[in-house]
Design a protein around this ligand. Structure first.
Ligand SMILES: [Zn+2]
Length: 485
């Protein structure tokens, strides 16, 4: 920031974009600054009072007016599942449609999950995910690796993947017989992470106990989507979260607990953090806004749209309010979406007589920035914390900072112009770009809206119009988390 000379700009100029008149928001503050972009990167933040050039329209290739608007780093959604196989079907968004939806919503980076299962070679599964994504993404993307079969080959493969920029590994304490790892496997994988610097991500629910409860509900004829939530009680999220924290402590590995939905699980994480543990929590908009009673308990089979795991929690028990509070205290580090949409027709309907056959997941990648901005409107979050949980901390957590997650010289020019005076009505017939036959967020009214989205200097969305293209997004080889001890 500060005084720069026009000559200095011209000497390096490729194609220049100047964003003027806006308020740049970062985790540490908000300031009236113009943003100069040179090619794919941010070249400078310019105090508008000190700007050394005359008419920007004559000086730069493109000028974007951000007067009265926020200029924020493009969103980093660290938890998506495009084209994910689940329960005999596949998540309906491809890398092409899902990243286009993300771009519309102001997200310019996703980190998706490659999946290895028992008996598969980890490297082969990662290669398969590269094939799905390459040439198809509208925005940049990286990968985490799911390990569903931790054995000696998988453990060795982890080191190789870290060298290739896949620096986080997700394990499941849920889904026995599918992705489940037992405590011994978890311990071994965590030890490997402790030695190679990778981050362990955990789906923390006691799947062995849950499967018994599920079978009992089905046997009693309690087959509706509501019982998906009832069969996965918070006690079994809290217990698994605690167990994961203790296993991580024994191994010395840092731990990132994905999609925390129960306030008691958060209490475990906050307590561990208070004791000095390197434990981090992620939550998702669905756990902040939706509930067991209203969505899973909707009439008929409608609740299937919101079947996901961990499940939506009870509004009466105030999990949602507590999660907002934990975002404010910093114990929730990141807000991601767990974007994993399944169509109602033909996909969710697979479980019409048995909730356990409903594919787990919902859509969110397009609406996360808007939904979290409502936290600012409602007084639950500061502007700075909004940017922090949606972009900066996920970038730091997953080894993408300072290339992503911040508007700063040298960073990729992933920039969103966000209009606080806009109004966005979310709905299938209005703002909907996912390949999904309904909107997870139908009827949500948002104060604010995404105006313009740049990905590495290219305008990919402007006022609702998609100007990007598949193949613009490139693979991000990630470094190690900046939150390691
Ligand atoms: Zn997930």
């Amino acid at each position: 920031m500060g005084r720069i000379t026009l000559a200095a700009i011209r000497s390096v100029a490729m194609s220049t974009t100047y964003i003027r008149g806006g308020t740049v928001v970062s985790p540490t503050g908000s300031q009236a600054l113009d943003v100069l972009i040179d090619g794919e990167r941010i070249a400078a933040l310019v105090d508008p009072e000190l700007a050394p050039f005359g008419d920007p329209d004559r000086t730069f290739d493109r000028v974007l007016d951000a007067s009265g608007r926020y200029v924020i780093p493009g969103g980093v959604d660290a938890h998506t599942h495009m084209e994910m196989p689940f329960g005999g079907t596949v998540a309906s968004d491809t890398f092409e449609t899902g990243t286009r939806a993300a771009a519309h919503g102001g997200t310019t980076t996703i980190i998706d999950f490659a999946i290895q299962r028992q008996g598969e070679r980890v490297q082969d599964t990662l290669a398969a995910w590269h094939t799905k994504a390459a040439g198809n993404c509208a925005i940049d993307y990286g990968f985490h690796q799911i390990l569903g079969g931790v054995d000696s080959d998988a453990l060795k493969a982890m080191d190789e993947l870290v060298a290739e920029g896949v620096t986080s590994f997700k394990l499941f304490m849920a889904y026995p017989g599918v992705y489940y790892s037992d405590d011994g496997q978890i311990l071994r994988a965590m030890q490997q992470c402790a030695s190679n610097g990778a981050l362990t991500m955990m789906h923390a629910e006691n799947g062995i106990a849950i499967d018994q409860l599920v079978a009992q509900h089905i046997e009693r004829g309690e087959t509706s989507p509501y019982y998906h939530g009832v069969s996965r009680p918070w006690e079994l999220e809290e217990e698994a979260t605690h167990r994961a924290i203790m296993l991580a402590k024994v191994t010395g590995a840092p731990l990132y607990v994905v999609h925390v939905s129960a306030k008691q699980a958060m209490e475990q994480i906050a307590t561990a953090r208070g004791r000095g543990a390197n434990v981090f929590a992620e939550t998702c908009p669905q756990y902040l806004y939706l509930s067991l009673e209203e969505q899973l308990g909707a009439a008929g089979f409608e609740g299937a749209k919101w079947v996901c795991s961990t499940p939506l929690r009870s509004r009466e028990e105030r999990h949602q309010d507590e999660l907002w509070r934990y975002i404010r205290t910093g114990d929730v580090a990141t807000v991601s979406t767990d974007h994993c949409p399944f169509c109602f027709k033909g996909q969710k309907e697979m479980g019409i007589d048995d909730f356990s056959k409903i594919p787990n997941g919902m859509a969110g990648v397009e609406h996360r920035i808007d939904l979290m901005y409502q936290g600012v409107v409602n007084g639950n979050l500061s502007l700075e914390r909004w940017v922090d949980v949606c972009a900066t901390t996920p970038a730091r957590m997953f080894g993408l900072y300072p290339r992503k997650g911040i508007i700063s010289p040298g960073a990729d020019a992933d920039v969103v112009i966000y209009d606080p005076n806009a109004h966005t009505s979310i709905g299938f017939d209005k703002t909907h770009h996912s390949n999904l036959d309904h909107s997870t967020w139908e009827g949500f009214e948002i104060d604010g809206g995404v105006q313009t989205v740049l990905s590495r200097g290219t305008v990919v969305v402007d006022r609702g119009q998609y100007l990007g293209g598949k193949g613009h997004g490139s693979y991000l080889k990630r470094g190690l988390s900046q939150y390691l001890i």
